[in-house]
Design a protein around this ligand. Structure first.
Ligand code: SAM
Ligand code: SF4
Ligand code: SF4
Length: 397
């Protein structure tokens, strides 16, 4: 039985204060961080609650019915989220992913989607607007999300075998309902653009060795040729509650070898700079990628650091900017934009758009995070002890 680490400090209450730099930083779309990395991708967590208890993310023993979730007044409103997002976009963000917790639990989420869908990148293009969900509420929500302007969704699914899946979500949720949600997303046209071309409906599977690795081949067989890209994610040492151990990580290279032995694969070029997934296409009889069979992706967050290209920022449910998935502190923008008297970071008045853009600019310019690269230089399991981190359910994946 693995030893579980229970957090003694609540990192949501600790934070760095967003401040106004001495000189305003105009949003030009050309912002670079301390290691020269641009800002292109923003992940927004819209709730810290979830109806699943995946052991690698919100273990049941910690996230009990007594767990202190954020009260509603602590959350950024949709208008506040859109205001902040607009300044991130002005600094160069091209892609926004809504996440959580379970984002579809946030009431009227489609209203936020519509507000974000109206934003335009610095070169006048619509954003790549997407959402990651456990799929449990997709049947109910898919049409409204599509109508509001969502481009596509990523559905997390850790196995096809009902017993394995129920064990993974730990709330006895049946796999058939997630598959039905996925079908609802396809029927609603999430995954197709206005011209009817595929925009990339994806399924994410976190692989935990000894728990669901027997689901790799059934999942690959199921989604091969379906128009849905299956991506395998290495089980990560995020947060402080999942009792992570290196021996439960199945390296992506092993996943690829395993699938290749039954369904030959050919490596594909990355689709975009900063892309986290390595792409492998299913090969036809000639050994070349056959687009009709589709592709898989592997995200090697543990065995292959991709910090060098990392262009992502994360906005927590209550308005803190996190510069790395493994950060222990975020920069609070809520007090700054609300101008709440006495609040940390408050200017004494609600921040103007220029002030907000400057604060975001200064936060990004000060960024030097590269946790995965540093972890690679430490012995296995050592890095996890190196500092306290926020939970994935709070800042989103
Ligand atoms: N509830 C939604 C879902 O599950 O898709 C969105 C939030 S969830 C935190 C986002 C993604 O993070 C999911 O694909 C989930 O599988 C992944 N994730 C959570 N904890 C993880 C861990 N310890 N290692 C790797 N991926 C993890
Ligand atoms: Fe919920 Fe998603 Fe975390 Fe699972 S991975 S507990 S579905 S937030
Ligand atoms: Fe980006 Fe941090 Fe992940 Fe490196 S460890 S890729 S900096 S989120």
């Amino acid at each position: 039985m693995s030893e579980r680490v229970i957090p003694l400090v609540d990192h949501r209450t600790q934070g760095l204060v967003a401040t106004l730099p001495p000189q305003l930083i105009a949003a030009t779309g050309l912002l670079a961080d301390g290691l020269g990395r641009p800002l292109r991708d923003l992940r927004i967590s819209v709730t810290d609650r979830c109806n699943f208890r995946c052991s690698y993310c919100m273990p049941k023993e910690v996230f009990t019915s007594d767990y202190a979730y954020l009260p509603h007044r602590a959350l950024l409103t949709f208008e506040e989220i859109t205001r902040v997002a607009k300044q991130f976009v002005a600094h160069g963000v091209q892609k926004i992913r809504l996440t959580g917790g379970e984002p579809l639990l946030r009431k009227h989420i489609e209203v936020l989607v519509a507000q974000l869908a109206a934003l335009r990148t610095t070169d006048g293009k619509p954003l790549d607007l997407t959402l990651t969900t456990n799929g449990s509420l997709l049947r109910k929500k898919a049409r409204a999300l599509k109508d509001a302007g969502l481009n596509r969704v990523t559905v997390s699914l850790d196995g096809l075998n009902d017993a394995v899946f129920r064990r993974m979500n730990d709330v006895d949720f049946p796999v058939a309902d997630v598959l039905d949600g996925l079908q609802a997303a396809q029927e609603a046209g999430l995954g197709l653009n206005a011209q009817g071309q595929p925009t990339g409906l994806k399924v994410n599977m976190v692989v935990k060795r000894g728990t669901n690795d027997d689901q790799i081949l059934p999942m690959a067989r199921h989604f091969r040729g379906s128009g849905i890209t299956l991506r395998f994610i290495e089980y990560m040492d995020v947060g402080a509650t999942n009792g992570w151990r290196m021996n439960e990580v199945m390296p992506s290279a092993e996943v690829v070898r395993h699938i290749h032995s039954e369904m030959p694969l050919a490596q594909l070029d990355p689709s975009a700079p900063g892309e986290t997934a390595e792409r492998w296409g299913y090969a036809g009889p000639d050994g070349q990628h056959d687009p009709a069979l589709g592709e898989i992706g592997v995200i090697s967050s543990v065995t292959q650091a991709f910090c060098g290209d990392c262009n992502r920022a994360r906005l927590s449910t209550e308005g803190k900017v996190y510069l790395c998935l493994f950060a222990s502190q975020g920069h609070d923008l809520r007090g700054f934009i609300r101008g709440t008297p006495g609040a940390d970071g408050s200017l004494g008045h609600p921040a103007s758009d220029d002030e907000l853009a400057s604060a975001i600019g200064a936060i990004w310019q000060g960024r030097t995070d590269r946790y995965s690269q540093l972890r690679a230089s430490l012995p296995p399991d050592e890095a996890q002890k190196s500092g306290r981190r926020v939970e994935m359910s709070y800042i989103g994946g």
